[in-house]
Design a protein around this ligand. Structure first.
Ligand SMILES: Cc1ncc(COP(=O)(O)O)c(C=O)c1O
Length: 411
């Protein structure tokens, strides 16, 4: 059990329950929530610096307060790191200021969309994110991508784009488990001069390392999430074509924020110094390898999967076929200390709050170095639980002891 010394003053005593709760979360649960991660220890250390002491407002090079040099340096390091990972030399700019990926998406909507525009993207049931659909500004019409048995139906989409002439294609996913062909989407968008926005919140490591098709030079704007499988602090990053610079910068400041999250900027600098083109590739390959193994084992034990598998760390199970709703499946697994999340699936008749799918992400298993044999054991446990059998309790305890018990809140 961890006790942060400074919390011992009686005024702060209650917070020890928070610290011990975080500790319990890390050590006593197998966390398979789709976006779950473990931040790098280096990032945890960096974020503990008192960044909020250095009030910083405005864009790099045009700050509204003096004395911001440490944050200026951190912002520059982070921006250069993103450019290095994307191998961007010119034609694109980077902002590491957005506080979240959703906020980064909204900066794009505010900059490039106007009332009456049409946007094409993945529907919620097909794996799109809320901010691409329900989160669009008033007066924008969302039209869903046509889908087929093996994912986005690109040829149909091409016809649809020519017919509807959308202002923007939004390509990114929260529960679509296959690689998105950004190169093909860019060529489709070009036909009607539509913008292409790539939301790679879940897939940045794969895109950086060539495991998935590249978003550059096809996309106009690109959103990243530093707090998912990149293992950074909570936060967003926005990459945009230089010709959109004026609109995007104004949309960031003063439209959606005043000051930066200074601590997060320092941690983002640390994150993007940590990753280089070699170690991100190793990380991406390992993430995909773990997930593919796990998906195969789940199928072996009779768990039905959407698209029969995955190209990412995400796996979407059709638990409706097992007679469960997503919510029931999630709650059942939680009773056995396994965290996952309910999700809708293509053609779902249940509402999002209930869903017929269960989404899992294998990032934490990858980070903790689960062996193939233990992935098999875990898949079997999940199958037993979803099939309403009682799994051998000691198997879960053994996995927790072997991989999770030494994960530390303090670094
Ligand atoms: C594709 C996609 N975009 C954006 C987001 C939102 O990220 P944030 O929670 O940082 O706003 C998510 C969240 O999981 C996502 O899956």
């Amino acid at each position: 059990m961890f006790v942060l010394k400074r919390f011992q003053a009686s005024r702060l005593e209650r917070l020890n329950t928070v610290v011990s709760g975080v500790h319990r979360h890390l050590t006593q649960y197998i966390n398979l929530v789709g976006s779950a991660t473990l931040p790098l220890p280096e990032v945890c250390e960096a974020i503990s610096l008192p960044g909020s002491a250095i009030r910083t407002e405005g864009h790099l090079g045009s700050r509204f307060f003096p004395g911001t040099k440490p944050i200026d340096d951190a912002e520059l390091i982070a921006m250069e790191g993103v450019k290095r990972l994307f191998e961007i030399f010119d034609g694109y700019q980077v902002s590491v200021q957005p506080h979240s990926a959703t906020q980064a998406n909204h900066i794009v909507w505010n900059s490039l969309l106007d009332q009456g525009d049409k946007v094409l993207g993945l529907s919620l049931n097909d794996g799109g994110h809320l901010s691409h659909t329900l989160g669009l500004p008033k007066g924008i019409t969302f039209l869903p991508f046509p889908m087929g048995d093996s994912g986005i139906a690109y040829s149909e989409l091409k016809k649809m784009v020519i017919e509807t002439k959308p202002k923007m294609l939004v390509a990114g996913a929260t529960s679509y488990t296959l690689a998105i062909d950004y190169v093909r989407l860019a060529s489709i968008a070009k036909i009607t001069n539509s913008y292409l926005h790539a939301d790679i919140a879940h897939t940045a490591p794969y895109v950086f390392s060539g495991q998935h098709p590249n978003v550059i030079p096809g996309a106009d704007t690109i959103t990243l999430d530093t707090g998912k499988n990149l293992r950074g602090p909570k936060g967003g990053v926005l990459v945009y074509r230089t010709n959109h610079e004026k609109k995007i910068k104004r949309s960031i400041f003063p439209l959606v924020q005043s000051s930066l999250n200074q601590s997060a900027i320092i941690a983002k600098a640390c994150l993007f110094e940590y990753w280089d083109r070699t170690n991100i590739k190793d990380h991406a390959i390992e993430l995909i390898r773990t997930s593919k193994y796990f998906a195969e084992y789940l199928k072996t034990y009779g768990v039905p999967l959407i698209f029969e598998g995955t190209d990412t760390h995400l796996i979407l199970m059709d638990v409706g076929k097992l007679g469960l709703s997503g919510k029931e499946a999630e709650e059942r697994l939680e009773k056995y200390n396994i965290l996952s999340n309910r999700n809708t699936i293509p053609g779902d008749s249940r509402p999002a709050w209930i869903g017929s799918g269960l989404r899992i992400g294998t990032t934490v298993l990858t980070i903790l170095g689960y062996s193939n044999e233990d992935l098999r054991v875990l898949a079997r446990i999940i199958s037993e639980i979803l099939n309403l059998n009682t799994p051998p309790k000691n198997c879960i305890e053994l996995l927790l002891k072997k991989y999770h018990s030494s994960v530390s809140v303090l670094v």
